[in-house]
Design a protein around this ligand. Structure first.
Ligand code: ADP
Ligand code: MG
Length: 261
């Protein structure tokens, strides 16, 4: 059965896109059929998968969501791009910001992405959704369409306040719109191993949430090698296969594969 995972945190720059791409490709390297959905108007997932000018793309997630809204048929594989490293993805661009505003007047506006994913789920083992840095209607669509949320947290800041808001939103979506939804875990990213921030923050999170919110055992270290991949159009596994970040994402992939509901 397909698992749909939203990668969400309303804070920007915490490693959502990097995690989506490298977890997605990590799962594909383990033989899983993977679709990545970019639910962010910045187009940075498209860019990091080799699309030079996302804003010039003709067909994006917006095209597909508009068809769902207008009850038009989405042609099989419409908007899907194949990447050399074994994943499929649907990019987004600046037009998604316009769609988010237009959704206000749409019937069942929270369910549009879910309606689409329900039609393609059978073809994939994992669908990962790269969310935008906000808790607006596109992110709500992602949460409604998902079984799990993976929350990347940059370990250099005290994130507890922002996390509370995110976890509250996830709880509301769970109660009102998607009883299936649960938090898969918090992933610490950009961890500077010379400091104890990650450990301190993990402790704080445990104090607030106890065992209700899982924290992934494995962290993603801070490394300039990770930042470089964004411009290369390929994963960390090809860019720096022996590095600490590749190792981090291999371990995360194993944890996600081992996750049972
Ligand atoms: P988000 O999608 O949450 O905004 P990104 O994945 O785009 O975050 O990451 C933000 C920036 O941090 C990017 O420039 C990215 O290349 C860089 N980055 C991501 N992960 C790491 C890491 N482990 N070490 C160093 N830089 C990273
Ligand atoms: Mg991003």
């Amino acid at each position: 059965m397909c698992k749909v995972i939203a990668i969400a945190n309303q804070k920007g720059g915490v490693g959502k896109t990097t995690t989506c791409v490298n977890l997605g490709i990590g799962l594909a390297r383990e033989g899983k059929r993977v679709l990545l959905i970019e639910a962010d108007a910045q187009g940075s997932m498209a860019a990091s998968l080799g699309i030079q000018e996302p804003d010039e793309l003709e067909v994006t997630l917006v095209t597909i969501m508009e068809k769902v809204i207008n009850d038009e048929n989405v042609v099989p594989n419409e908007g899907i791009i194949w990447h050399d490293e074994g994943i499929a993805f649907i990019p987004a661009n600046i037009e998604l910001a316009g769609l988010e505003t237009a959704l206000v007047n749409v019937m069942s506006r929270e369910m549009i992405l879910k309606q689409y994913l329900d039609t393609v789920k059978a073809q994939y083992d994992y669908i990962l959704i790269d969310c935008m840095p906000s808790l607006g209607m596109i992110t709500i669509n992602a949460l409604v369409a998902s079984d799990y949320v993976l929350i990347p947290v940059e370990a250099a800041y005290l994130p507890v306040k922002g996390l509370q808001q995110l976890i509250k939103t996830i709880g509301r979506v769970h109660r009102k719109l998607n009883p299936q939804l649960s938090i898969m875990g918090i992933l610490f990213t950009k961890v500077d191993r010379r400091t104890n921030f990650a450990r301190d923050i993990a402790e704080q999170i445990r104090q607030v949430y106890g065992t209700r919110v899982h924290i992934f055992k494995n962290c993603i270290p801070l490394s300039v090698r990770a930042a470089e991949t964004t411009a290369e159009g390929k994963s960390i596994y090809l860019h720096d296969p022996k590095g600490v970040v590749a190792k981090g994402y291999v371990c995360l992939t194993e944890e996600v594969l081992a996750h049972e509901e």
